[in-house]
Design a protein around this ligand. Structure first.
Ligand SMILES: C[S@@+](CC[C@H](N)C(=O)[O-])C[C@H]1O[C@@H](n2cnc3c(N)ncnc32)[C@H](O)[C@@H]1O
Length: 253
């Protein structure tokens, strides 16, 4: 876990800001000695420019350069708005409970939709008593939908972030669904307990997901990944769940 945190781009982005700061101070101090005094916005922009340059040199994805560039000016702008500190705290708590370990897992929350759920429902239609888990179940849409369609199956979701997990639990309770939602890391889940594992994660998560699936999934089971492919093995089947939208990839064991 510590290694995962140290390798996370978000952690590197913080280090880069810290590294850019003494360089920015040297530059601003040098300019001041030469008689050039900069406004606060210019100082923040110098910090952003240096952070963006270091980010680019460090080989992080392009959007991290934009984040590095805008971070200090945005911080300055936000502090000038003179908003009550409680508002920042509330926004922080909300975003934390929604995204939780995204800085480590590199898998943010964004939901799939009814067309993807329909494609999954069709795929499992000939598996009586199917046991399916959505790893990273978000607000629980897929699991609730399948549990409603298939009273003979077992439909579970596992979610790391507290807020989406809570929402899915409440939705299950409110609708009297048999769907089960666990809060935790799918890394600790035994994929061997399921006939079908559904994932809607991110490119960064796919290599480790494939290693886990290969090690744990039993003969006859299926791994489904919405939108993201696995480099190590071509899918056995690909379904266009939505016209022009993301594909659903299927690997059979
Ligand atoms: C792209 S969303 C997909 C949500 C849902 N599966 C859907 O189809 O609507 C990915 C979710 O995976 C969760 N997640 C990421 N890494 C996880 C992990 N290691 N264990 C459990 N959940 C994880 C995130 O918090 C996020 O809610």
């Amino acid at each position: 876990m510590l290694q995962q945190i140290l390798r996370a781009p978000a952690f590197k982005a913080i280090l880069i800001q810290l590294l850019a700061m003494p360089l920015m101070l040297l530059l601003v101090y040098g300019l001041a000695r030469a008689g050039v005094s900069l406004s606060l916005l210019a100082v923040a922009s110098v910090q952003g420019g240096l952070a963006a340059a270091i980010t680019w040199r460090a080989g992080l994805a392009r959007w991290w350069c934009a984040i590095g560039l805008l971070f200090a000016p945005a911080l300055l702008g936000a502090s000038m708005l003179d908003l009550p500190p409680a508002l920042f705290l509330a926004a922080f708590v909300f975003l934390l409970s929604l995204y939780w370990s995204t800085f480590r897992t590199q898998v943010p929350f964004y939901p799939s939709g009814p067309k993807a759920w329909q494609a999954v429902a069709e795929l499992i239609s000939e598996r009586p008593g199917v046991r399916l888990v959505d790893i990273g179940s978000g607000l629980g849409g897929l699991v609730l939908d399948l549990a409603r369609r298939r009273p003979d199956g077992q439909f579970d979701g596992i979610e790391l972030a507290p807020l989406p997990w809570l929402v899915s639990r409440v939705r299950a309770l409110a609708s009297g669904s048999r769907a089960r939602f666990l809060r935790g890391d799918y890394e600790a889940l035994d994929f061997g307990l399921y006939d079908v594992v559904f994932a809607y994660l991110s490119p960064a998560a796919m290599p480790a997901l494939w290693r886990k699936a290969e090690a744990e999934m039993l003969s006859g089971s299926m791994l489904l990944s919405y939108e993201f492919k696995i480099a190590a093995r071509e899918p056995d089947k690909t379904i266009a769940a939505t016209a022009g939208g993301p594909l659903l990839y299927i690997w059979c064991f």
